[in-house]
Design a protein around this ligand. Structure first.
Ligand SMILES: Nc1ncnc2c1ncn2[C@@H]1O[C@H](COP(=O)(O)OP(=O)(O)OP(=O)(O)O)[C@@H](O)[C@H]1O
Ligand SMILES: [Mg+2]
Length: 330
């Protein structure tokens, strides 16, 4: 797992991307700060709109559902997507009178690395997991969120334009010619962490918005990702498919794992819930005995697809979703 030497062999070097605070400075800053035993999962990718906030929301909720105490940290003060989803979740729980597992939530008031470290030091003694949603651009605070992580999760979309942040490919042969700006940054932060005696960073990259049909392009992307995974030392997660439900349930603060709590939304097979559970497994997360969600039971339920939408009474979740024009593709 020697990332530094493998990068050195690439034609394109970190020098191509030098700007911003040096990773050694970032790591020196966070390495000396106190932190509690909570595990930090940072969801980051410098590419915008790849599904970071969606994933951070699903992760924070699923971890809470699994019986863990979770703090969800929204670093995107401008869009506040994670915060809005969590606030909507509280609203839906009240409106429908349903008990929904709700993580604690923090929206940083300033884009300040020092404040992030301070909050994490405080929360680190009070919860099991911290899930950090990082905006889609490089910044000192984004670097700190990655440098502090136990696990880094990076969603990517199925496109060579998105993969360019992870590795540079020859446009015709698709041969890997060098690291991309984001993977070079992660490699440098990992190297700096190693020098500072910190634990290795586990990096999981997963395709988000995967299309169901296989295509020549998807095969090339899969093969490119496998080569990148070896070269940049990350694990490949099973990923999430493109599903309308991922974006539309979030507006109500709900995830696929909540559907069993709403009889009018019940389904005999909820494949997307399986994808979310698989993500937790990819991250090596275990269920706590007191968890609200019975993973094993849910997995057993993932049998042949046959939606069993109940009747939509007024005020039902289904009616609520339908009235907002959300039914398609759930
Ligand atoms: N698996 C999916 N299926 C369908 N839609 C998705 C999926 N994942 C994300 N989306 C949608 O893609 C869009 C971008 O998602 P999101 O806001 O989570 O990205 P982001 O990486 O956080 O963006 P930013 O970089 O701006 O913070 C949203 O409309 C979201 O609902
Ligand atoms: Mg976002």
């Amino acid at each position: 797992m020697n990332v530094v030497t493998s990068i050195g062999e690439f034609a394109s070097r970190r020098d191509d991307f030098v700007d911003g605070e040096h990773p050694r400075v970032v790591v020196a800053d966070i390495a000396t700060r106190p932190r509690g035993p909570a595990k930090i999962i940072t969801v980051a990718n410098e590419k915008g709109g790849v599904g970071k906030s969606t994933l951070a929301f699903h992760l924070a909720v699923a971890l809470t559902d699994a019986g863990h105490k979770v703090l969800a940290v929204d670093l995107d003060r401008r869009q506040q997507s994670l915060s809005r989803a969590l606030i909507a979740r509280g609203g839906t729980a009240n409106r429908r009178g349903v008990r929904l597992p709700l993580p604690q939530h923090l929206l940083l008031q300033q884009a300040s690395g020092a404040q992030l470290c301070q909050e994490l030091a405080r929360a680190g003694w009070d919860c099991d997991y911290v899930v950090i949603d990082v905006p889609g651009y490089d910044s000192p605070i984004a670097r700190r969120a990655i440098a502090m992580a136990d696990k880094l999760v990076s969603p990517v979309n199925s496109s060579f334009v998105d993969l360019e942040l992870f590795g540079r490919f020859h446009p015709v042969t698709h041969k890997l010619t060098g690291p991309g700006c984001f993977s070079a940054l992660v490699a440098d932060l990992r190297a700096a962490r190693m020098e500072a005696g910190m634990a290795p960073l586990d990096w999981l990259v997963m395709i988000n918005r995967k299309r169901r049909e296989t295509s020549h392009n998807q095969d090339r992307i899969d093969s490119a990702l496998r080569r990148l995974a070896q070269r940049m030392d990350f694990r490949l997660g099973s990923g999430l498919h493109e599903r309308v439900a991922y974006r539309e349930l979030v507006l109500l603060g709900l995830t696929q794992l909540d559907l069993h709590r709403f009889p009018d939304l019940a389904r005999s097979k909820n494949v997307a819930a399986g994808e979310v559970l698989q993500l937790l497994e990819d991250l090596g997360i275990e269920q706590e005995p007191g968890g609200l969600l019975d993973w094993q039971r849910l997995k057993r339920q993932l049998r042949p697809i046959r939606p069993i939408w109940g009747s939509a009474g007024s005020g039902s979740a289904r009616a609520e979703i339908r009235s907002a024009g959300f039914l398609s593709g759930l």
